[in-house]
Write a protein that binds this ligand. Structure first.
Ligand code: NAD
Length: 487
């Protein structure tokens, strides 16, 4: 393909050096529809070189003390923070998200991921028991596993990649990471800071490319004993199959179909703006986004009226405009997929109250070919509809009425996913009862996306296997041994 403007060309980062690749993939700016970057189309050969370099770096890195590793992670956090604006600009351009979201969520969280695990690695203790009658003490010791394979998605590129790299290397593993082929730029920028932070060559290797080529080569590599994956449930099934012959340790963070349950005693002043954010933040492209809103019948009409009125106020447009609330979706294909759900809902007799197909979207001249759509609210939709069952992963949310607590719990649980839920009520007893019975790895009551990284993150059912967080990541990224001493 002929390109008029000079393109940004990324290179793999292997053994502390940038290495060109023999073939490349085009990467698009979602807000203009233009190709602006070329990403290595790596395969077995590149993955082989990266694993070799990670293996070679393992003995020295794993023998460093937690404090030495912690200091390096903190330095890396400082360097990313120093360059926060450049990272935020790059993330917004590459992913389509608003510059505001990249500045206030993505990049600060990437910085915090390194700081958090730099600190948490210093505070773990192991177990010890005594068997006095046998003259024995037992204790556990933990050691890093080896080369960790890390695979991340396109919705929160640096945020989710560092959520894996930070704990993996804090625990003493070396890594080969593969970011999404659609959003590789900030990972490549981070590689430029590794040496200055003091990360030894070979500890962090990044191989760019597609899932089927580079991703599978990593998953199938016999010298990569663990894979931490965030992405879709379908890809996780494939990864599970491909890694099975090697009995790999897997952590799978997958999709969701997250309910919001709003009781008639909810504080709507808090609930409405938060539920707008939980439905449409980052264009609805967050695994934790709300896509099924259950509202108790007594307040259903009022909620719907106010919610739709507020959704219509969201400004969609050029992501680099700081007054914009929603940027572009990741790709043309994804936009078409999200739109197709709205069409299916209409064909089934549901009512689209605002957004796609109802309101018109005025875009600046430079963004006419971008992948934009308006926040879309659907009502009168049946629980069996694909819009209420499948993950749409875009700015589309369904609002339905319910009568009783018992009924809403059953309906909220009636999907294959179980990642997150929100519950809105001022009745503390009810909040506890409902939270206990929801099939979700995370339940937020009267709030959304408030995270303490100390605690487990992950989903039930088709939303994942395993948890990540301070203790959970430590357990995943280390191998435990029980030692018995008899005197
Ligand atoms: P995806 O599954 O298509 O891709 C994710 C990553 O896996 C990419 O890097 C991709 O290249 C790679 N990949 C694809 N096929 C592969 C294969 N056969 N072998 C190895 N790697 C492969 O997902 P996506 O479209 O990038 O991301 C969106 C999905 O991610 C949504 O389902 C969303 O809910 C989920 N997600 C989950 C969480 C969570 O923490 N639970 C967070 C963010 C996103």
């Amino acid at each position: 393909m002929a390109h008029s403007k000079a393109l940004l060309v990324l290179e793999n980062f292997i053994g502390g050096k940038f290495v060109p690749c023999s073939s490349y993939i085009d990467s698009y700016n979602p807000s203009t529809g233009d190709v602006y970057c070329r990403v290595p189309d790596s395969g077995k050969e590149e993955v082989e070189a990266a694993v070799k370099s990670a293996k070679a770096a393992f003995p020295i890195w794993s023998s460093k003390s937690p404090l030495e590793r912690s200091q390096i992670l903190n330095k890396l956090a400082d360097l990313i923070e120093r360059d926060l604006e450049a990272f935020a600009q790059a993330e917004s351009k590459d992913q389509g998200k608003t510059i505001t979201f990249a500045r206030t969520v993505d990049i600060p969280r990437a910085v915090y991921n390194f700081r958090f695990f730099a600190s948490s690695i210093l505070h773990h203790t192991t177990e010890c028991t005594e068997m006095a009658t046998m003259g024995c003490v037992h204790y556990t010791s933990r050691a890093p596993v080896g080369v960790a394979g890390l695979i991340s998605p396109w919705n929160l590129p640096l945020y989710l990649l560092t959520w894996k790299i930070a704990p993996a290397i804090a625990c003493g593993n070396t890594v080969v990471a593969k970011p999404s082929e659609m959003t590789s730029v900030t990972a490549w920028m981070m590689c430029k800071l590794l040496e200055k932070a003091g990360v030894p060559h070979g500890v962090v290797n990044i191989v760019f490319g597609t899932g089927t080529k580079a991703g599978e080569a990593l998953v199938c590599h016999p010298d990569v004993p663990l894979i931490s994956f965030t992405g879709s449930t379908l890809t996780a099934q494939r990864i599970t199959e491909k890694s099975a012959p090697h009995c790999k340790r897997l952590s799978l963070e997958l999709g969701g179909k997250n309910p919001a349950i709003i009781f008639d005693d909810a504080d709507l002043m808090q609930c409405i703006p938060t539920t707008l954010r939980s439905s449409f933040a980052n264009q609805g492209e967050i695994c934790l986004c709300t896509s099924r809103i259950f509202v108790q019948r007594g307040i259903y009409s009022e909620f719907l009226k106010r919610f739709v009125a507020e959704a219509k106020k969201w400004k969609v447009g050029n992501p680099s405009d700081p007054t914009v609330d929603m940027g572009a979706l990741i790709s043309k294909e994804h936009l078409e997929k999200v739109r197709s759900y709205v069409k299916k809902a209409q064909a089934e007799g549901a009512r689209v109250l605002c957004g796609e197909g109802v309101d018109s979207l005025a875009l600046p001249t430079g963004n006419q070919k971008g992948y934009f759509m308006l926040p879309t609210v659907i009502a009168k939709v049946k629980d069996e509809s694909c819009c209420m069952q499948e993950e749409i992963f875009g700015p589309v949310t369904c609002v339905v009425a319910f009568d009783t607590e018992e009924e809403v719990i059953e309906r909220a649980n009636s999907v294959k996913y179980g990642l997150a839920a929100t519950v809105w009520s001022s009745n503390v007893g009810r909040v506890h009862r409902v939270a206990q019975r929801l099939q979700a790895g995370l339940v937020w009551t009267n709030c959304w996306l408030v995270r303490d990284l100390n605690l487990p993150f992950g989903g039930m059912k088709a939303s994942g296997i395993g948890r990540e967080g301070a203790k959970d990541s430590y357990e995943f990224f280390t191998e435990v041994k029980t030692i018995t001493i008899k005197h």
